[in-house]
Design a protein around this ligand. Structure first.
Ligand code: CO8
Length: 247
């Protein structure tokens, strides 16, 4: 049982993992992060789960790290929380089971970093995606971040660098120049631009989103899981070929 997640593994092989804190737009706090670590391990070990579809309950996918949690952290705890997020999302990326992030509404900050840890992202046409960390608590006129004796990641004038793997995964997905633009400005992109820059693979109308995502999940789940896992392994490690399934 989970406090912040809802998990449903269907007989078709589709495992839906729903972030379930809709009141805070599924913001990720320590409890949710620890539960994500646990559930992805469990789903990867579950032979019934042929594909994981990652979604958000309510009107958003995920509005990032829970700001109340992150603001309560000391400098040391913040470093630990960054490591925890990095390790958790790396674990998702390394899963054998395919993972698709289906994003509607907001996917911001740690929410987008979570989606980027999936194999690919599909979006509803109302989606807004971005890494706004640089803008956090910054006020105009925007000042240089580095202070004379300050930690560059804890600047006096607000803002921070994305801490849960976005600086690595966003450039891999959209190229360095666009990734730098998005992270240096903190702008949100809409679904149309997200599709154009390759951040998302496909955009569905919001009123057909559930249906289209279900169809996509069912299609992948119907494939031989040996081979879906093999494809992930080949692509992730850049191999040409391993032994394919004898069937
Ligand atoms: N954390 C906590 N609560 C949130 C968050 C959040 N990130 N985002 C929204 N909420 C809450 C709001 O406080 C509000 O709660 P309440 O109803 O109790 O007041 C509720 O969700 C609805 O939000 P809004 O009323 O603001 O809804 P709007 O539609 O007006 O706006 C936005 C939606 C644009 C998403 C707006 O809520 C917003 O800008 N949220 C913050 C987004 C953001 O900056 N995310 C990045 C956070 S930083 C991060 O993720 C970096 C990860 C690494 C950190 C490592 C340290 C732990």
């Amino acid at each position: 049982m989970y406090e912040t997640l809802e998990v449903n593994v269907e007989s078709s092989g589709v495992a839906t993992l729903m972030l379930n804190k809709p009141k805070s737009l599924n913001a990720i706090d320590l409890t949710m992060m620890m539960e994500l670590r646990r559930v992805f391990q469990e789903l990867d070990d579950d032979p019934q789960a042929h594909v994981v579809v990652l979604r958000g309950a309510g009107r958003a996918f995920c509005a990032g790290a829970d700001i109340k949690w992150s603001e309560s952290l000391t400098k040391k705890d913040r470093l630990e929380s960054n490591r925890l997020g990095q390790k958790t999302f790396a674990r998702i990326e390394q899963m054998e089971t395919p993972v698709v992030a289906a994003v509607h509404g907001y996917a911001l900050g740690g929410g987008l970093e979570l989606a980027l840890a999936a194999d690919f992202i599909v979006a509803a046409d109302d989606a807004q995606l971005g890494l706004p960390e640089i803008t956090l608590s910054a006020e105009p006129p925007y000042r240089p971040k580095i202070t004379e004796d300050g930690d560059p990641d804890q600047p006096e004038f607000g803002g921070q660098a994305p801490g849960w793997g976005g600086t690595k995964r966003l450039p891999e997905r959209v190229g360095r120049a666009i990734a730098k633009e998005l992270m240096l400005t903190g702008v949100r992109v809409d679904a149309e631009r997200a599709l154009r820059i390759g951040l998302v693979n496909e955009v569905y109308p919001a009123d057909q989103f559930d249906e289209q995502v279900a169809e996509l999940g069912a299609r992948i789940a119907a494939m031989n899981p040996y081979n879906t896992r093999l494809i992930k392994e080949l692509v992730n490690h850049g191999y040409d070929m391993l032994e394919s399934h004898p069937s």
